[in-house]
Design a protein around this ligand. Structure first.
Ligand SMILES: [Zn+2]
Length: 265
């Protein structure tokens, strides 16, 4: 294509940019290059960064990255991440996305449902927050009128004095969301006590799982000072053809002289 034809297609600014393109001296074939990454490859996270207008050349620091470091169930982390980014599908959020739906909160049937109303200002939410205070499970002031923004409130709680058990707060938020969904999709009735019990249950379940996992993990010889013995891992080997293999382990309790054997094949 000659310069005259190019002039007809683009304005002067773009024409100069095109003409300024260096012509490579070698004959390297053309290839697809993703301009939002340094190496031209396509990591999907760069599209998220671009959508949020973040610095795509350097990994952006997310305001709510602390969520991933909480000692809570993964499903609660995902829930909290959605809550903090206003991506929980509350009726207010769905309206902002163009859906024509009933906006009224399904818990109180009075006000518009958005995250701040649902988790803080709703009369049902305030009833839920009152219970753990009474039972001394979580002592916080979530139901007061001075708190209007759930994201800011959570960020403040992280540095509050005395420290608030954030895992329990998240469990209550999650349980409130569950009861809301059960009302909307299964026609259940609101029950503040059941909401608290569900929160306690998920919190205890995680603690038990955590303790079980820790008790099953071998001590790391690099960091262990109490057990200097090395841990040896042995793979199970198939016995020779025509023979039966009996594997067993034994241990001795500190307070007992009994030696117990654990058989497994
Ligand atoms: Zn409400």
């Amino acid at each position: 294509m000659g310069c005259y034809e190019l002039k007809e297609l683009v304005d002067d600014v773009h024409l100069q940019l095109i003409l300024a393109t260096p012509i490579p001296s070698n004959t390297t074939p053309d290839s697809v290059y993703w301009r939002l990454s340094e190496n031209g490859e396509f990591p999907i996270k760069t599209t998220t960064w671009a959508a949020h207008e973040l610095d795509i050349k350097n990994s952006p620091s997310w305001e709510y990255n602390w969520i991933w470091h909480l000692d809570i169930m993964p499903k609660l982390k995902i829930f909290l991440w959605q809550l903090c980014h206003t991506s929980l599908p509350t009726r207010g959020t769905l309206l902002n996305r163009g859906l024509q739906i009933d906006l009224i909160c399904p818990l109180c049937n009075v006000e518009i449902e958005d995250v701040d109303h649902l988790f803080l200002r709703c009369s049902a939410a305030q009833e839920v927050w009152g219970l753990p205070n009474e039972h001394n499970w979580v002592c916080i002031n979530a139901g007061t009128n001075s708190i209007n923004n759930v994201q800011n409130w959570l960020s403040d709680l992280r540095t509050s004095t005395p420290l608030v058990p954030l895992d329990r707060v998240v469990a209550l938020l999650w349980s409130t969301w569950k009861v809301r969904n059960n009302i909307v999709f299964q026609n259940e009735k609101f029950n503040s006590v059941a909401t608290l019990i569900r929160a306690k249950k998920v919190s205890v379940e995680w603690q038990i799982r955590h303790k079980l996992t820790q008790s099953l993990q071998p001590l790391n010889p690099r960091f262990s000072t109490t057990n200097p013995k090395k841990t040896y891992w042995m793979a199970w080997k198939k016995p020779p053809e025509g023979s039966i293999k009996l594997s067993f382990d034994e241990f001795k309790s500190i307070n007992s002289s009994n030696i117990r054997r654990l058989y497994y094949t």
